[in-house]
Design a protein around this ligand. Structure first.
Ligand SMILES: [Cu+2]
Length: 486
């Protein structure tokens, strides 16, 4: 996709926050709206309707004393949390106050196709100054999020958590802490548009500051530094010199909901002095497993339970193959705050990765041989700067196909020297094989020169994106679709 993007200048509009929540009762379900006529999969509803207002707009944010212009949902990064219960009908009145068209994709929500937020495929693009009324029923609980399906806009401040509560949640924790990780350049380094232009112009060997094409030249996970180095890494919109602090008491159990909203950065995370008990990934339960540190790719989410000790403890996210850290703090007692560059010893060992996880009880797909097996071969070249699936960029893609009711297997192979977080819309797949031990996920980090098989059930008709969640790879072509055929 050779897209030339306009550069914009904009000022601080200073308009009021419009995000809000109201609830009322209704038993009706939304009909399809948008460009497609696929019927949504049946969902058990609570009968509740939750209404939100959401605005994407230019604003300013304070990154540790440095005030920068960016685009965000409201006036903060991350944007204000949206929250509902599985089975709720959600209505979002969206307003686009950006100076260009945008879209909203509800990452992890397996909702009806017409509400999926992919311009030209599922949902009309919202023009500058325009509005769109989203209306959908949420089938599944979990830690999810939302962002534009305009990849370079994701590398600004347009992201926010969407937490879907489980009506049957056992709730064996005292406090919840949502941690949104991000790599940040907007207003500090180059703009996302300048970064892409540099990658395309120089084929990856650019002398422009901020470029790091090492990912194509290094072998193996752990040397996988993406295509871009960033001047800042953030947790909950805060720089490491000005971290957010969770105030709690010793002995309290914290449920951490960790979301990697980065454009180009895989993180390894740890909480100093504590092990993380991993309980969910991408919203689905896993058999709980304890780990000192955890690796999380772009678009992935992990939930972890921690029983807090007494003191001050940095939660640190270390970008894979890049310099710097992001961090937040837990304070349960007295003690000095470690230096902004402090990295906990928990980050020195091998982190937990998806290969160590098994599906939680009742989470596996029913055991079933696939009716259709399809290949997803990941590739790319530096010059020109193109990333491909099955040998082509998205503008020439031949979509994968499936029929409603079929069991499908995707055989994902990676012929490049860097990891790619592959995200499927509208479904969660099971890593390995249906009925096996692998976890349910919607985004899987495929290692360099590696391969991952995933199984899915075609239970949500539509045209669904399958793509790399590296924003620059997606923009440079690493996308295809899974289209239902009749
Ligand atoms: Cu990629």
């Amino acid at each position: 996709m050779k897209v030339t993007r306009r550069q914009f200048s904009y000022g601080f509009l200073g308009t009021g926050v419009t995000l809000g929540l109201a609830a009322c009762s209704s038993n009706s379900t939304p009909g399809p709206i948008g460009t497609t006529t696929f019927s949504p999969k049946p969902v058990a509803t609570t009968g509740r309707v939750r209404k939100f207002a959401l605005e994407a707009r230019p604003t300013q944010v304070d990154l540790g004393g440095r005030v920068v212009d960016t685009w965000a949902y409201g006036d903060s990064i991350p944007g204000t949390l949206l929250r509902a219960t599985a089975g709720d009908r959600v209505q979002v009145a969206f307003k686009n106050s950006l100076p260009m068209p945008t879209s909203v994709h509800w990452h992890g929500l397996a909702i009806q196709n017409s509400m999926d937020g992919v311009p030209g495929v599922t949902t009309p693009e919202t023009p500058a100054g325009g509005t769109f009324d989203f209306d959908f029923v949420i089938p599944d609980a979990g830690t999810h999020w939302f962002h534009p399906h305009h990849p370079l806009q994701l590398d600004r401040g347009l992201y926010a958590p969407f937490i879907v509560d489980d009506p049957h949640e056992p709730g064996a924790y005292d406090i919840e802490w949502i941690l949104v990780l991000d790599d940040w350049t907007d207003g500090v380094g180059m703009s996302p548009d300048q970064i892409l232009a540099g990658l395309q112009a120089k084929g990856g060997s650019s002398g422009m500051g901020g470029m790091n094409m090492g990912g194509m030249n290094m072998g193996g996970m752990g040397a996988d530094g993406g295509d871009v180095t960033y001047p800042l890494y953030l947790i909950n919109g805060r720089a490491p010199s000005d971290p957010q602090t969770l105030a709690a008491k010793p002995g309290q159990r914290v449920r951490m909901r960790i979301i990697n909203s980065s454009a180009d950065t895989i993180f390894t995370v740890a909480l100093a002095g504590h092990d993380l008990q991993i309980t969910h990934t991408d919203g689905y339960p896993v058999s709980p497993v304890s780990a000192a540190s955890l690796r999380i790719g772009m678009g992935e989410r992990y939930d972890a339970i921690v029983t807090l000790k007494d003191g001050v403890f940095p939660f640190v996210a270390e970008p894979l193959g890049k310099l710097g850290i992001a961090r937040a703090l837990v304070r349960t007692g007295g003690g000095a705050v470690p230096a902004a560059s402090f990295t906990p010893s928990e980050l020195t060992g091998d982190p937990l990765t998806v290969t160590s996880l098994t599906a939680g009880t009742g989470t596996a797909l029913p055991a079933r041989e696939p009716d259709t097996v399809q290949d997803l071969a990941l590739g790319g070249t530096m010059s020109p700067y193109e990333w491909t699936i099955n040998g082509t960029t998205y503008d020439n893609t031949a979509p994968l196909t499936i029929r409603a009711g079929q069991a499908g297997r995707l055989r994902i192979t990676n012929a490049t020297m860097m990891s790619h977080p592959i995200h499927l819309h509208g479904h969660t797949f099971q890593i390995g094989a249906a009925g096996g031990t692998g976890p349910r996920k919607d985004t899987v980090l495929v290692p360099p020169m590696g391969a991952v098989n995933v199984d899915l059930v075609a239970d949500n008709p539509g045209k669904w994106m399958v793509h790399c969640h590296n924003a620059y790879h997606a923009e440079a072509g690493m996308m295809t679709r899974l289209d239902y055929t009749t």
